[in-house]
Design a protein around this ligand. Structure first.
Ligand SMILES: [Fe+2]
Length: 224
């Protein structure tokens, strides 16, 4: 059976069930992460992978490709509680960890998933080892969406320092977005990402700069 997902791509029922097994197997481990790096994020990255694949290739991915996207989506931030090296830990886990869910892959497919975990970060500077890795990096970044990014950064800012007031947390979130995703930010936008979202990126920069200039009224804070 094929399931439509938000009208942009279709996810096979087998893929969906495979994703659900990851969610239950790693539920406790995900709780160690901050709220911005848990199941909601992984579902969203998976959705982005499938949408990007459809847009790049003009057709839905095969079941085996979808399962590779699932494994990368649910494992790339498995160790996100260790912010500095979680990509390395995740790569190591996919290469040599005791995870029966990865036994379905050929050694080449497992290698691709591991490399995608290693190269997923916005700060990744090297050359992508495969198109799969590049697509996954773009999927993790997600389409330019300022409100969504602000909500996620705000959630992170509040969870990591609960003593912050909402005003302080939103300021931290906006500064983070500017530093990472702004016009001169350090986030990597791969070729595939720029090609996919060329029209939206400039608009994103302008909106982000507008956000930096505005004051954060109670009405504004209610919206995030
Ligand atoms: Fe991620």
């Amino acid at each position: 059976m094929i399931l439509p997902v938000r009208g942009e791509h279709r996810m096979n029922i087998e893929t969906l069930e495979y994703a659900q097994v990851f969610e239950s197997k790693y539920a406790q481990a995900y709780l160690l992460n901050d709220p911005a790096h848990r199941e909601d994020h992984f579902r969203e990255v998976l959705h982005n992978c499938l949408s990007l694949h459809r847009r790049v290739h003009g057709e839905d991915s095969s079941i085996s490709q979808q399962k590779m996207y699932v494994a990368a989506a649910y494992l790339h931030d498995l160790f996100a509680w260790s912010r500095v090296n979680h990509h390395i830990l995740s790569h190591e886990y996919v290469v040599s960890g005791d995870c029966e869910l990865l036994a379905i892959f050929t050694p080449e497919e497992r290698h691709l998933v591991a490399k995608a975990c290693l190269e997923h970060r916005a700060s990744f500077k090297g050359k992508f080892s495969s198109r799969f890795s590049e697509a996954f990096n773009a999927a993790d970044l997600g389409p330019p969406n300022l409100l969504h990014g602000l909500k996620r950064a705000y959630k992170y800012a509040r969870s990591t320092a609960p003593g912050r007031t909402p005003e302080e947390a939103v300021q931290v979130a906006v500064d983070h977005l500017i530093d990472k995703y702004g016009r001169n930010g350090y986030a990597r936008r791969s070729d595939v990402y720029v090609t996919m979202y060329s029209a939206e990126i400039e608009e994103y920069f302008n909106s982000l700069e507008g956000l930096q200039a505005q004051s954060y009224t109670p009405e504004f804070l209610e919206g995030i």
